[in-house]
Design a protein around this ligand. Structure first.
Ligand code: SF4
Ligand code: SF4
Length: 204
């Protein structure tokens, strides 16, 4: 869940239509129309990426007169479905995966179970990836992958990268080889499984 307080505004006199902002927007809120950037304010989550990257200094961030929240409820889904999806992604549903918005894995899982099919749609609905824009892409991709969705970056976009393997993905022959050299894969997996399986809050 994120409180949206800012919105991007374009100075079309300065805009050169270079498409940089379109490529770096995590919610696909910007399109180039007639060689000028146009912001869909209903999709802008106020992250400032376009403002920071625009080479023509054509984007400003304005305060919203009426800030609003975006977020996805977990209360109208069977919690075991959310839990199962998080487990398949090797995530604890209660763990915070986006520290900029303090969003838990369970909320992103709920967004996917309710139909979000890409990191961009998840960002529109929950606000994740609209703070630092970097840290939470991996758990988002892992949850989509665990649901059977293989998202591809938006056409022409370069704001996210492929999924990174985790310790659960290391092949046994690699673990065997490096265990002998002082690595502790099995101990790490056991401890991480404990973290993954701990539940602080009783849910349905
Ligand atoms: S990055 Fe700036 S100059 Fe380039 S299209 Fe966007 S607003 Fe226009
Ligand atoms: S979400 Fe971020 S990058 Fe996209 S239009 Fe809004 S401020 Fe710009």
């Amino acid at each position: 869940m994120k409180l949206i307080t800012l919105v991007a505004k374009i100075d079309i006199e300065k805009c050169t239509g270079c498409r940089t902002c379109e490529k770096v927007c995590p919610t696909i809120a910007i399109k180039i129309v007639n060689k000028k950037a146009v912001v869909d304010e209903t999709l802008c989550r106020g992250c400032g990426n376009c403002n920071q990257r625009c080479p023509a200094d054509a984007v400003s961030m304005e305060k919203l007169a009426e800030p609003y929240r975006v977020g996805v409820s977990i209360d109208d889904l069977p919690y075991n479905k959310i839990d199962e999806l998080c487990q398949r992604a090797s995530l604890n549903p209660e763990q915070i995966i986006c520290y900029c918005t303090m969003t838990r894995a369970e909320e992103v899982a709920a967004a996917i179970l309710k139909g979000a099919k890409s990191p961009e749609e998840i960002s529109q609905q929950t606000g994740v990836r609209t703070g630092c824009k970097v840290e939470c892409i991996q758990p988002v991709l892992r949850l989509l992958d665990a649901y059977g969705i293989k998202p591809v970056p938006p056409e022409g976009g370069y704001q996210w990268y492929g999924i990174t393997p985790t310790i659960w993905d290391i092949p046994s022959e690699v673990k065997d080889k490096y265990n002998a050299r002082g690595f502790y894969f099995e101990e790490d997996i056991r401890l991480l499984n404990e973290v993954k399986d701990t539940r602080k809050e009783a849910k349905r």
